[in-house]
Design a protein around this ligand. Structure first.
Ligand SMILES: [Fe+2]
Length: 290
């Protein structure tokens, strides 16, 4: 994990759109914050500038090719909430989005915002962003040579895949509540369950809309192969969402998901999260706290 983090940091430091000194300082701040109590985590110190004018023609082209290709499938199989959100924040195929423009639109819709960060954040720092309705995003674009698969997130996974949902008031509330619960719990049992919840919803969630199963998790939205597999493969066990069951299900990385959970609505997710968060946040601070 530590090694992985170092690698990510390294790769982004040498991307043209990132100021490498700023990125190094931001990554150091993020790493230092790993073990701080929640109220001392300074998320602003982890942010980096998106030097938009430094994206190369290849960057814009890669964004555009993937945008068009994914929308071909998603116009029929993407959640309405994703499609509406993508329009609401004005994502377009012609260029990599400017976070400042995305945020201007999000602000009036839900108060969320997306901010560049240098790479992987320690878990508590990531949750500290969510708890404040802020989404830390990578701002680099995958190279033309790894169009179909990239092991680490890039702006296509993060902004094309995640951010449209932040324009929806119900999902927006869910994600903030999630962040608050995950930030404040010190119980490893809850931490593990919350990681599973994130995986099976935010990353790989399905939802039933008008009687049909649609994609909304970013891992499915941003990957053609994974999106098709999730909807069509007979090998996938598509289960109805239930908070307790989801939190009890271990997930596996590095291959297509054999188990997925289908929401009835985002209200279902928000309400279940509220109940769970209440349980976590009302737990007496005791053993293991901070
Ligand atoms: Fe993600």
């Amino acid at each position: 994990m530590g090694e992985m983090k170092a690698d990510k940091g390294k790769s982004i430091l040498y991307s043209a759109v990132v100021d490498s000194d700023e990125a190094r300082k931001a990554q150091e701040a993020a790493d230092r914050a790993a073990d701080l109590p929640p109220d001392q985590i300074d998320i602003d110190s982890m942010k980096i500038t998106q030097q938009w004018e430094k994206y190369t023609p290849e960057n814009h082209e890669v964004w555009g090719i993937i945008f068009r290709k994914r929308m071909e499938q998603l116009k029929d199989y993407g959640s309405r909430v994703f499609l509406d959100g993508s329009k609401a924040i004005n994502l377009r195929p012609d260029c990599v989005p400017k976070l400042s423009e995305v945020n201007a639109r999000l602000k009036s819709l839900t108060g969320w915002g997306s901010y560049g960060v240098p790479g992987y954040l320690p878990a508590k720092s990531f949750f500290a962003f969510l708890a404040k309705r802020q989404f830390p995003t990578t701002i680099t674009v995958r190279p033309m040579t790894s169009m179909d698969y990239l092991p680490e997130p890039d702006i296509i996974h993060d902004v094309f895949g995640h951010v449209p949902l932040h324009a929806d008031p119900v999902f927006a509330d869910f994600l903030q509540t999630y962040g608050q619960a995950a930030l404040h719990t010190n119980d490893p049992h809850h931490t593990e369950r919350l990681a599973r919840l994130f995986w099976f919803t935010v990353e790989f969630g399905l939802i039933r809309e008008d009687g049909r199963v649609k994609l909304y998790g970013s891992g499915l939205i941003s990957s053609e192969g994974e999106g098709h597999h999730a909807l069509e493969s007979p090998k996938v066990d598509r289960r109805p969402f239930d908070m307790e069951t989801v939190c009890d299900t271990a997930f596996e990385i590095d291959h297509y998901q054999p188990i997925l959970y289908v929401l009835d609505s985002f209200e279902q997710l928000r309400d279940a999260m509220n109940t769970y968060a209440e349980r976590i946040l009302s737990a007496p601070a005791g053993a293991g706290a901070r």
